[in-house]
Write a protein that binds this ligand. Structure first.
Ligand SMILES: [Zn+2]
Ligand SMILES: [Zn+2]
Length: 485
């Protein structure tokens, strides 16, 4: 494949106009080269590197494609109707799994389904509905019994509304059969590829089981995209035994703002006295960070509230090698107050960020404002992070947000807090080069350079001008895999 006079945005540094030759799976030449006669030649195209989603729950995203997505639901009635219409399918599968319910966007503001309400939809099949933030779930009686059979879920914070936290989410996840999981991975991979994602940092498995690592390995190249695994297990020895070189992902130091489970230094603005939940004690997080560092693995953890981020940074300060050569990260880091920005920069930590969070929840008068009041000023402060010298790697946290990097880039450019907007070039870098860097893979993927894998996106019109980053065509390992040129 040969691109003549292409406008190339390499993922970092300056854009250039040049010829680009792909031979086999690699970019073999950029610059002066005779137009070959025996391969396809394309003229005047715009070329970007394939996107990297730096944080995705591939299994859950695939399941959300296969099961019921409630993202568009805007009223209590719509909710019940949609669930009811899905029942025949749910009965065949043995359970109903709904994703992305957002009570704060319903006409009946903040309405949450009670167990009895879900029982009215159906009492013969377990119903399990995840909130949009993925950090709590609503269960009908059948689902409560289904998940509770061995021991009670003690953490239900408001049993009357049928809402449960982390443990119930994990237990439901375990109930999904292996074949369904395999299908979910395949569906997710195919979906991502056509959005221009050629590689993804996959948050996978949990403390109870690392089986999904084997499942995804058994699928191999059939996934279509390159997957780099972050096993969410605290069993460092087992992770090493499985020849994984990273540990962590959404191992929860705290919860999320929507569920009021993110851990804060000061109480929630809309729930006096409530400061969220820490799922780790300081002693536990210190011990884990020390152990992972000694095992030589790269690590990252989910920390959203300022208190949780602070405790994680304390541990990193104490135990990781100066300069952070293993490229340890923090996932989300949503409420990053100035003192935390400074300490993150000093440690050279990488942030796995989700620009779409700010677009969904960070608008004036939105969920962040309700939960955090004036602290919203420091939610996802991307401009301040880059100015402090922090490297940010962008992801979707799908199924929490749509894994569409073009939407993520748009969210970066339209940050509701104008002072925190970043440029197109910086946004592209966060979705390409920095994503590769955050995985120790910048020598193979994530930018456009001679010798790198030919994972490329093709546009007719320059996205830096149109600000539309949805690719016309996707090339992966030198082959056209989606769209047309
Ligand atoms: Zn996550
Ligand atoms: Zn997370």
């Amino acid at each position: 494949m040969f691109f003549k006079d292409a406008l190339i945005h390499p993922g970092f540094g300056k854009s250039l106009r040049a010829n680009l030759l792909i031979d086999g799976e690699k970019i073999t030449r950029i610059g002066k080269v005779q137009t070959p006669s025996d391969i396809p030649v394309y003229k005047d195209k715009v070329i970007l590197p394939g996107y990297i989603d730096s944080h995705i729950h591939l299994l859950e995203y695939g399941l959300s494609l296969m099961f019921l997505d409630l993202r568009a639901v805007r009223s209590r009635e719509e909710f019940s109707d949609l669930l009811s219409s899905y029942l025949p399918q749910a009965r065949k599968l043995g359970f109903l799994y709904g994703f992305n319910l957002a009570p704060e966007r319903l006409r009946e503001l903040n309405w949450e389904p009670a167990t009895s309400e879900l029982d009215k939809v159906a009492d013969d099949v377990p119903i399990f509905v995840r909130r949009e933030d993925g950090h709590s779930v609503y269960l009908n009686t059948r689902a409560r019994r289904w998940l509770l059979y061995d021991q009670p879920i003690a953490e239900a914070d408001t049993p009357l509304v049928g809402r449960f936290n982390k443990l119930a989410v994990e237990r439901m996840q375990e109930r999904v059969p292996g074949e369904v999981r395999k299908d979910a991975f395949l569906k997710a991979g195919a979906d991502l590829l056509q959005r221009g994602v050629s590689a993804a940092a996959v948050m996978i498995a949990d403390d109870n089981s690392l089986d999904d690592v084997e499942i995804i390995r058994s699928i191999g190249d059939k996934l279509g995209i390159e997957t780099v695994l972050f096993p969410q297990s605290r069993d460092v020895q087992k992770v090493c035994d499985m020849e994984l070189t990273r540990l962590g992902g959404c191992i929860l130091v705290d919860g999320a703002f929507g569920s009021r489970t993110a851990a804060l230094r000061e109480p929630y603005s809309d729930a006096p006295g409530n400061m969220g939940i820490l799922y780790f004690s300081r002693r536990e997080i210190n011990a884990l960070v020390k152990c992972v560092e000694e095992a030589g693995l790269q690590m990252t953890f989910h920390a959203i509230g300022d208190e949780a981020i602070g405790i994680l940074i304390d541990a990193y300060e104490e135990f990781i090698e100066p300069g952070n050569p293993k490229r340890h990260r923090i996932e989300h880091a949503e409420l990053l107050l100035p003192d935390l920005i400074e300490r993150t920069a000093k440690l050279n930590l990488i942030l796995g960020v989700q620009p779409a969070f700010q677009a969904i929840w960070g608008q004036e008068g939105g969920m962040y404002a309700a939960r955090l009041g004036e602290r919203r000023r420091w939610t996802n402060p991307f401009r301040s992070e880059l100015d402090a010298g922090i490297r940010i790697a962008a992801g979707s946290d799908a199924p929490i947000t749509t894994p569409d990097p073009a939407e993520g880039i748009k969210a970066f450019l339209n940050h509701p807090i104008a002072a925190e907007r970043i440029t197109s070039g910086e946004a592209l870098k966060a979705y390409t080069y920095s994503g590769a860097y955050a995985l120790h893979m910048e020598d193979r993927i994530g930018s456009i350079k001679e010798g790198l894998q030919a994972d490329l996106l093709v546009f007719d019109d320059d996205p830096f001008t149109t600000l539309d980053f949805h690719p016309q065509a996707v090339i992966r390992r030198g082959k056209l895999v989606s769209g047309s040129i």
